[in-house]
Design a protein around this ligand. Structure first.
Ligand code: CA
Length: 236
């Protein structure tokens, strides 16, 4: 059996940090806790957690800048856990690449549910692990390593959220996918924040795929209806 998922916790308040670690360990996860962003970043050079829980109000670093770095450099799911409840903070967090945003105080059960939802790897959804790599339009997407390889061989890491969205497209090629279907496939609370998060993820994915936002060739927007993934796909 595989090791239980490893969750890194970055939280400067000792009491909250302890509650989070206990809650997660009782739910069967492994945890590593950090009070300072510098320690957390140093550790992340050595280990790759499955998910990172990141507080925004930190004594030594701007949490949002940290989230942005993690989203571009790490394949881990990134979940902001913050007392900042403003819509703008949430939107900014998602735009910077976070996979989810949990507002303090949180219910332990909610924390666990949100982490589990983010850890459902795209490869585990409908296909076996042998179908972890797909080729399309000269690109290669690897859902084990979360790496996207361009036709010229350049490799770009995908965040968990980007991989999830790409996997959804690859599982439903050349078919209109509506927002309602996305919600069904990817799960989530729905509503405006889901729509906004999807827009952000699709635009990040398009930019990684080198798409011209005004004239995308791979992921087509059908206004008022949804999206279509156009290329032919082969699984390898
Ligand atoms: Ca704090």
């Amino acid at each position: 059996m595989a090791d239980p998922p490893l969750i890194a916790i970055l939280e400067d308040e000792a009491a909250i940090r302890r509650i989070m670690a206990e809650t997660l360990e009782n739910a069967g996860f492994r945890t590593l806790s950090f009070a300072r962003a510098t320690e957390f970043e140093a550790a992340l050079r050595q280990i790759t957690p499955d998910a990172c829980l990141v507080d925004l109000g930190l004594p030594d670093r701007d949490g949002l800048a940290l989230v942005h770095r993690l989203a571009t450099e790490s394949g881990a799911a990134i979940i902001i856990v913050s007392g900042r409840a403003q819509v703008q903070d949430r939107v900014t967090g998602l735009e910077l690449g976070a996979d989810d945003y949990i507002i303090k105080p949180f219910e332990p059960a909610e924390l666990i549910a949100r982490i589990r939802a983010r850890l459902r790897r795209p490869a585990a959804s409908t296909r076996g692990d042998q179908r972890a790599r797909a080729r399309f339009a000269g690109w290669m997407a690897d859902f084990d390593s979360y790496v996207l390889t361009a036709p010229d061989g350049t490799e770009t890491p995908m965040s968990h959220a980007e991989a999830e969205v790409l996997r959804m497209f690859l599982d439903h090629p050349r078919r209109l996918i509506s927002r309602a279907q996305m919600l069904e496939i990817l799960g989530g609370a729905g509503g405006e924040s889901f729509d906004r998060a999807m827009d952000v993820r699709i635009s990040r994915l398009r930019s990684k795929l080198g798409e011209d936002p005004k004239n995308p060739q791979l992921i087509k927007t059908i206004y008022g209806a949804g999206y279509i993934f156009l290329p032919d796909i082969s699984w390898v």
